[in-house]
Design a protein around this ligand. Structure first.
Ligand code: NAP
Ligand code: ZN
Ligand code: ZN
Length: 364
């Protein structure tokens, strides 16, 4: 490769938050030059996860600014390092929440890079060279081959992008907590980006799926469009009472602090709630809610790279994709305001390929 070409691949533009206001605006950045194990990706779409919103607002008190969020990345390979065997230029690929890990610990050995103490997140994480990682609200990214997944031929890049975080985050606990068994009754708490994909996987696994939502606003589409079997409004005492002790498991995707004790009442004895939502403040649970009928509260954090590929392949097989609203890069701040109010059906996806350069040029 000529030095000019190498130089060219390192320049990128992103949408960055500068402080906890979370306002996103263009920022010129450089990406590392292509290492032997690296895949260079032209980003075409990036989903907006609620974690991006938590991140730019510094809800978790770990923000490093400027922050370029985005970990639901879909795009096309433009170049690969000399050791890369799985991908070549032109391939349709994705990157989720991680871009590296130690690759030698027990967790990495078992394919759970998401549990590796040396895991490097796609953004707001310190990379091996000491720089802070920048995410997918940007024009290109350079990622180690191990952390890149292949898009199945039938999986569209825009509707598939959210699976890279929302998909694996619900698929992994369903797999490892036995909540993928035909005939079992799954509760999906919170019908947002993660929740609506959980409904679709639950139905793909042959489960009975009940959505537990904070209002009745999403009832019709949950039942008719997403294929849920039932819908319970968590603030409606009668509906909650009727659903008591009926569920084998609940995937809790709620992004805010809500009282959990009544929700444990929905579980059968020995039922489990797997928490994937990451509200800002500590959660509070009355011990009796757990202890009385042997309930389990578990947590689950994204998923490993091989599980991510497995999830994507399975999603393609069952026709599971995200319901999305595609937006231009210039709409991203409005999208964040709407996401904060759960006003999206059910994932914003930024059309990076067609709109980011233009948005960056007009705000310069
Ligand atoms: P989202 O699209 O905003 O969906 C969250 C849903 O939670 C909303 O649609 C809403 O559902 C419900 N909700 C929000 N505020 C509420 C409130 N005050 N009271 C009751 N319900 C409320 O978010 P997401 O992208 O799916 O992410 C959900 C959470 O998972 C976030 O905290 C995110 O950071 C976290 N997350 C965790 C992981 C992980 O690895 N564990 C990975 C990705 C994301 P209804 O309208 O149905 O009530
Ligand atoms: Zn996410
Ligand atoms: Zn490791």
């Amino acid at each position: 490769m000529s030095p000019t070409a190498a130089e060219h691949t390192r320049t990128a533009v992103g949408l960055a938050a500068r402080d906890a206001s979370g306002h996103l605006s263009p920022l010129a950045i450089t990406r590392r030059s292509t290492g032997d194990d690296d895949v260079v990706i032209k980003i075409l779409y990036c989903g907006i996860c609620h974690s991006d919103l938590h991140g730019i607002k510094n809800d978790w008190k770990n923000a490093s600014y400027p922050m370029i969020p985005g970990h639901e990345i879909a795009g096309e390979v433009t170049e690969v390092g000399k050791n890369v065997s799985k991908f070549k230029a032109g391939d349709r690929v994705g990157v989720g929440c991680m871009v590296n890990s130690c690759q030698s610990c027990e967790s990495c050995g078992k394919g759970f890079e998401n549990h590796c103490p040396g895991m490097i997140l796609t953004y707001n994480s310190v990379d091996v060279d000491g720089t802070v990682t920048y995410g997918g609200y940007s024009s290109m990214v350079v990622v180690q081959e191990r952390f890149v997944v292949r898009f199945p031929d039938t999986m569209p890049l825009d509707k598939g992008a959210p699976l890279l975080c929302a998909g694996i985050t619900v698929y992994s606990p369903m797999k490892y907590h036995g909540l993928n068994v035909p005939g079992l009754h799954l509760g999906v708490l919170g019908l947002g980006g993660l929740g609506h994909v959980a409904v679709k996987f639950g139905k793909a696994f042959g489960m009975k799926v009940t959505v537990i939502s904070s209002s009745s606003g999403k009832k019709e589409e949950a039942l008719e469009r997403l294929g849920a079997d039932a819908f319970v409004v968590s603030k409606d005492a009668d509906e909650m009472k009727a659903a008591m002790s009926t569920m084998d498991g609940i995937i809790n995707t709620v992004s805010a602090n809500i009282p959990l004790a009544p929700l444990f009442g929905l579980l059968k004895p020995n039922g489990k709630m797997v928490m994937v939502g990451l509200p800002e403040n500590p959660i509070e649970i009355a011990p009796f809610a757990l202890v009385a009928t042997n309930k389990t509260l578990a947590g689950s954090f994204i998923g490993g790279t091989s599980d991510s590929q497995e999830m994507l392949d399975l999603a393609a097989k069952h026709g599971v994709t995200a319901d999305i609203e595609v937006i231009g890069a210039d709409y991203v701040n409005t999208a964040m305001e709407r996401l904060a109010k759960a006003d999206v059906r059910y994932r914003f996806v930024i059309d990076i390929g067609n709109t980011l350069d233009k948005a960056a040029a007009t705000t310069e």
